[in-house]
Design a protein around this ligand. Structure first.
Ligand code: NAD
Length: 329
């Protein structure tokens, strides 16, 4: 028997007018649901058809009062930058937990961009110093932008944004997009990573994930009190950053440790099971407190609960506004 599916393009999703605070709220609810043990979310699995490239499958059911589920099929291709194509692409499928019928298929690039920034924002909300004034962004692509938008929500006193990207044209494009979004902040384009992070209260790395990481950002370059956020696995921060903090956090301990066990990422000194202070599920469920001083480090790999929560928010709003294209399967 045929049934209807709501197709939501990137343009549809953009036109919803969803903002970072709403998406952060949704992502935080997903974290808390995981922390309460009301969710089913296996670690993301992947295939790697080209060097440093991945195609991941990310399913999740969030139970309890939420009762939402879905699966994302997402590709990450660093060589796409030279082809003028996006790094992150794919589709997000929202599924009715009652019947298993697909409710909606939407652009996973949009979902991934916003939910990843939002997750960093939720982490910063619990571990950041609200008085933070200097933010460093390493890697000035999509994630550089949305992470900065999320930090803007958490750190109202940002007065300087320090930026680094080695690819010609990226800093200029970043400034063009982001300066109007943070009109009170001074933007400084840096020639190297060391000078970019030297005075920073918050550092986020958004560079390509690679199988043989160079880990070009050591502890010695960072301030004593700093929030170090990795959205690029173990590609940028040295192990002496993430293993030195007494409050190493990941978005989901099960996924982080499973991925580490596969023997490719988070090897050679990255924190193991005994060094994880908490995952964000435990933090958002209220099982562990945040920490706001000293070296604080997080690896936010990206988890499927964010996708389900963000896609559900978009779907509900699109239905209410009559947006999108109904496709009969
Ligand atoms: N953790 C998550 O949930 C999550 C979600 C989405 C993307 N990501 C990851 O975030 C990273 C960025 O993704 P994106 O969508 O912003 O890609 P993007 O292509 O839009 O941006 C990547 C940027 O990194 C720059 N870059 C390349 N090498 C660099 C280096 N050595 N130092 C500094 N900058 C460098 C590129 O010029 C580009 O501007 C990727 O690793 C991606 O896999 C993580």
């Amino acid at each position: 028997m045929p049934f209807d599916v709501l197709w939501l393009s990137q343009a549809d999703l953009d036109s919803l007018g969803l903002g970072m605070p709403e998406i952060m709220n949704a992502v935080e609810q997903g974290f808390a649901c995981l922390g309460r043990g009301q969710a089913e979310m296996p670690a993301k699995i992947g295939i790697h058809p080209r060097e440093d490239c991945f195609i991941h499958a990310m399913p999740c059911w969030l139970g309890g009062d939420l009762d939402r589920c879905g699966i994302k099929c997402v590709s990450g291709y660093p060589p796409n930058q030279k082809k003028g194509l996006p790094y992150i692409t794919g589709v997000m499928v929202l599924i009715d937990p009652e019947t298993g019928l697909t409710r909606s298929v939407m652009d996973a690039g949009w979902v991934t961009a916003w939910r990843t920034g939002a997750a960093s924002g939720v982490y910063a909300k619990h571990f950041g110093n609200p008085a933070s004034e200097v933010v460093s962004v390493i890697g000035l692509g999509v994630q550089g932008r949305v992470n900065l938008l999320a930090f803007k929500e958490v750190f109202p006193k940002i007065k300087q944004v320090r930026c680094f990207d080695p690819v010609a044209g990226q800093p200029e494009r970043f400034l063009q997009d982001m300066q109007p979004r943070l009109p009170g902040a001074q933007f400084v384009v840096c020639d190297d990573v060391k000078s970019c992070v030297a005075d920073a209260d918050v550092v986020v790395t958004c560079t390509p994930i690679v199988e043989k990481p160079k880990r070009f950002l050591p502890r010695a370059w960072l301030k004593k009190d700093v929030l170090a956020v990795s959205v690029d696995y173990d590609s940028a921060f040295s192990e002496d950053v993430m293993a030195a903090t007494p409050c190493f956090v990941c978005d989901n301990a099960g996924q982080y440790l499973w991925t580490r066990d596969q023997g490719v990422y988070f090897q050679n000194g990255y924190p193991d099971k005994g060094q994880v202070y908490a995952d964000m599920g435990a933090i958002c469920a209220g099982d562990k407190p945040g920490v706001r001083q000293g070296l604080r480090g997080a690896v936010l790999m990206g988890i499927a609960s964010h996708d389900v929560m963000t896609a559900s928010l978009a779907y509900d709003l699109a239905k209410a506004k009559g947006l999108g294209t109904v496709v009969r399967l």
